[in-house]
Design a protein around this ligand. Sequence first.
Ligand SMILES: O=C(CO)[C@H](O)[C@H](O)COP(=O)(O)O
Length: 262
Amino acid sequence: MFHRVTSNLIVKPRVSSINFSRLRSAICDMSLEDAKRIAAYKAVDEYIKDGMVIGVGSGSTVVYAVDRIAERTKNENLKLQCIPTSFQARQLIVKHKLNLSDLEICPAIDVCIDGADEVDKNMTLIKGGGGCLLQEKIVASCANKMIIIADYTKNSRQLGDQYKKGIPIEVVPMAYAPIKHQIERQFGGELGLRMAIAKAGPVVTDNGNFILDWKNYKQDYDWAEINKSITLIPGVVETGLFVGMAKKVYFGLADGSVKEQV
Ligand SMILES: O=C(CO)[C@H](O)[C@H](O)COP(=O)(O)O
């Protein structure tokens, strides 16, 4: 950076007092939130119809979808039944005074709208960044259509290109160590027990389980096969690999448009 020289004084330009990295991150955060919102609104407007049973996913992008569902429910007097995929989703449904239901009452879901941590070119997903993968997979498996909403950072060619926190695997607590060793031995990479932030010890899921995050895996795996093999290990409850489940993905882009992947 050049400085103005006045007499013998070096005067730093005022602009040097701006913290550019904070400014950049503020701008990026804003456009990322906008990207989530436009994807969520478009998906809700295109898929949610009066009388439907809907699956409500988890995460920060789903918050916008529920905002839109609530707005449309009020304006259009929609009659919807909402099945949550997590404690968070349940709270969102209750907060917006939407009809809360469950799989016992409504075992068949019309549309499930959920977020994702990464989406590859075949629409294989990594989910579970928020630790809700088990209920998310159960609810999605009951849905006629699973619709994904995400910002542009989730759009990937191969799993692992964008999302670096690993593939979540929900496990029964007593089995986490042998499962970790078996997956590392059989498939490579490293698995780490997900630790809580505002609590000492591991994250405990809504179902009372632990989460192992699998990093440094081979990126060109056949994910359907890997998913099958891992779920067969005793103590594994579910993986965050969603293979062949998503019907359509809406990516909110930084320029304000929405890209659709089918
Ligand atoms: O799978 C999930 C939670 O278990 C979320 O859908 C995923 O983590 C995406 O979250 P966000 O919309 O906050 O990026």
